[in-house]
Design a protein around this ligand. Structure first.
Ligand code: MLT
Length: 236
């Protein structure tokens, strides 16, 4: 059996040995949900970067679409914000997007010591699970949380993914056990508890509650983005 662990916030990632492991980076509301949606709709590559300045510079110099948010709200100077609906645009097909978000891009960039970094969301849950089951590698599910704190939606995703891979991966560590228990207690109605999350409520005040419902769709897409050499590309 392999092992599956959960890092509930990037603040704790230093406690995990990532070498020779697969990291699944997750930010359900909304960074990884957007990335998965974009790749599913034909975006060629997505470049996660840490700062607004880097995003604007790369976008200008390399002719990329600039995307992202701070605190959940689109930055004026960016082409798009961070709604999955913005990533579905036909004119983005075969284009590259450079993106920076409050927590999601930081989570990806904090996982570089891993053997492989996959982008996970409820939207591609089955595709992620199938890859992990066949990988025969230990896994760390790296949750974005919110500005260093733990959040419900990423933890629920971790529990849901654990449920899908339990035949090959042993729950390892209390965070993984907690995530799985949280998922099992709510799997009959993930939407209700997800709408209670602090960021869902924050996004609802911005009038973008529809993003929450979309991000909670399970296995809508079979695309599997991998982060490698600075960019995300679909490996499935
Ligand atoms: C994040 O990075 O925390 C999210 O992407 C924020 C958001 O899109 O609302």
């Amino acid at each position: 059996m392999n092992q599956v662990e959960v890092c509930l916030t990037p603040e704790l990632i230093h406690q995990f040995n990532l070498s020779n492991k697969i990291v699944v980076a997750v930010d359900i509301f909304r960074a990884t949900s957007c990335m998965v949606t974009g790749m599913a709709h034909g975006v060629k590559a997505i470049y996660p970067v840490a700062t607004v300045e880097e995003c604007l510079e790369k976008g200008t110099k390399e002719g990329m679409i600039t995307a992202g948010e701070r605190g959940g709200q689109k930055l004026e100077e960016f082409t798009i914000g961070n709604s999955p609906y913005e990533y579905m645009q036909d004119e983005f097909k075969n284009q590259s997007i450079v993106v920076t978000t409050t927590n999601g891009t930081r989570t990806i960039l904090a996982s570089l010591a891993a053997d492989q970094i996959l982008i996970g969301a409820f939207l591609n849950l089955r595709a992620v699970a199938n890859h992990l089951v066949s990988s025969r590698k230990d896994v760390v599910i790296h949750c974005a949380g919110w500005k260093g704190t733990v959040n419900i939606e990423d933890t629920l995703f971790a529990g849901a993914l654990i449920e899908e891979i339990m035949a090959t991966h042993k729950i390892t560590g209390d965070p993984a056990l907690m995530a799985h228990q949280l998922y099992k207690a709510n799997s009959h109605d993930l939407m209700t508890i997800s709408k209670e999350s602090s960021h869902a409520k924050r996004l609802s005040t911005f009038g973008i509650g529809k993003d929450i419902e979309f991000c909670m769709n399970q296995s809508l897409y079979s695309v599997l983005p991998e982060f490698k050499e600075g960019k995300l590309q679909a490996i499935m």
